[in-house]
Design a protein around this ligand. Structure first.
Ligand SMILES: Cc1cc2nc3c(=O)[nH]c(=O)nc-3n(C[C@H](O)[C@H](O)[C@H](O)COP(=O)(O)O)c2cc1C
Length: 357
């Protein structure tokens, strides 16, 4: 039994978003006001998390969600990062302290409803008051870059298409795509449900068939233009059909775990603000990840041609956002005035997230 209000706070914080819905956290309750977050990354199986930064961003979204979830109880968490136990794991000690500041009700209410919208969105331009709310949502030192005109969205969509072609042809990404989709599902506790991907029925059928083995995927890619269909649907069309693409820019290029966690907090504030303002969001992280891997000379794939293409993504990002800004870009997404997603990832029950279970 977890004492109240800690139970309610953790239960709410569970709704923080994480890359591929991995929820890379467990909670160890110490007493009424103290607990430990045991964080891990997913580099051992996820090519997109080779350097652990995607998981660190997710931990940041968790800390921001905890902070908001504690406000209604007049509490605020103090976080203390413990030493890394190994490269893949670290712990954060959390103490709940008295809080007399304002309750950010709109953001708190948005915690359970905020979700990814992966379908094409209306291209209705962002209203000025919403633009202002988005710019004001990120913490001091962070800023937003926004691309919203048709020609800008087209430029970003083409870059996303090229990035999609890398993903679908990358042998190292195949097991990730295979394992993170829960087939034939509308909701998924620990993965992404198939219906949330927004593919048409024929593409879904082909994907299901092909994903059974890398041999099939490779055959489709070589002889049936297999990577093009998903890249057109999931990357090019959606890249165009939105109100804008948004880049969160950190004060400096993140240098370690603390910087990535801080960036994750900015991500969750932006995402919750969008939800509170009736805007939906989809992260577009792989171009940033590929560009970073190239900048830091990480061999994310054995296929040289794909590494060359990733280098091209890095150059395109520099062109789109500016060579001085792109390396500080910690989160990229598209936003728009769309309906809430009807298929979504849900979460593991709190009892499954208790450390040592
Ligand atoms: C750091 C991070 C990176 C993500 N990258 C992507 C992405 O590139 N594409 C995408 O469609 N969703 C991405 N997501 C969204 C997650 O898949 C999603 O948050 C998770 O499955 C939980 O679903 P929910 O946000 O609908 O609750 C990302 C989320 C986080 C926190």
């Amino acid at each position: 039994m977890i004492p109240e209000p800690l139970h309610s706070i953790l239960d709410s914080a569970r709704w923080a978003p994480s890359g591929d819905n991995t929820q890379p956290w467990q909670f160890e309750v110490v007493d009424d006001l103290n607990f430990i977050i045991h964080a891990h990354d997913t580099r051992d199986w996820c090519v997109y998390d080779r350097d652990g930064h995607a998981s660190e961003l997710s931990i940041g979204t968790l800390l921001e969600t905890l902070t908001l979830a504690a406000q209604p109880f007049g509490l605020q968490p103090r976080f203390e990062l413990q030493d890394h136990t190994d490269a893949q794991r670290f712990a954060i000690r959390v103490s709940l302290m008295p809080y007399a500041g304002p309750r950010e009700r709109a953001l708190i209410n948005a915690i359970p409803t905020r979700s990814v919208q992966r379908l094409p969105m209306p291209q209705t331009a962002l209203r000025d008051e919403h633009l202002a709310a988005l710019h004001a949502s990120v913490p001091q030192g962070y800023s937003l870059q926004i691309k919203s005109s048709l020609s800008e969205r087209w430029q970003v969509a083409r870059m996303l298409f090229a990035s999609g072609l890398i993903r679908y042809r990358c042998p190292e990404a195949y097991p990730v795509h295979r394992d993170i989709i829960e087939w034939d599902a509308t909701f998924s506790e620990d993965r992404i449900p198939e219906h949330a991907l927004g593919a048409d029925p024929l593409t879904r059928m082909l994907m299901r068939w092909a994903m059974k083995s890398w041999k099939r995927v490779d055959w489709m890619n070589r002889y049936a233009g297999g990577a093009i269909t998903p890249a057109l649907q999931f990357d090019l069309a959606t890249g165009l059909r939105c109100a804008a693409h948004v880049l969160i820019v950190a004060p400096s290029t993140p240098a370690g775990t603390l910087d990535w966690i801080a960036a994750g907090r900015a991500v969750q504030r932006l995402w919750l603000t969008c939800e509170a303002e009736g805007l939906r969001l989809q992260p577009e992280m792989t171009p940033l990840i590929f560009a970073r891997f190239m900048r830091e000379q990480q061999m994310f794939t054995q296929v040289e041609k794909l590494r060359d293409e990733a280098r091209n993504i890095q150059q395109r990002l520099d062109t789109i956002w500016g060579a001085d800004i792109a390396p500080r870009g910690v989160f990229m997404c598209r936003v728009g005035y769309a309906q809430a997603a009807t298929s979504r990832s849900i979460r593991r029950p709190l009892r499954h997230l208790l450390h040592g279970r």
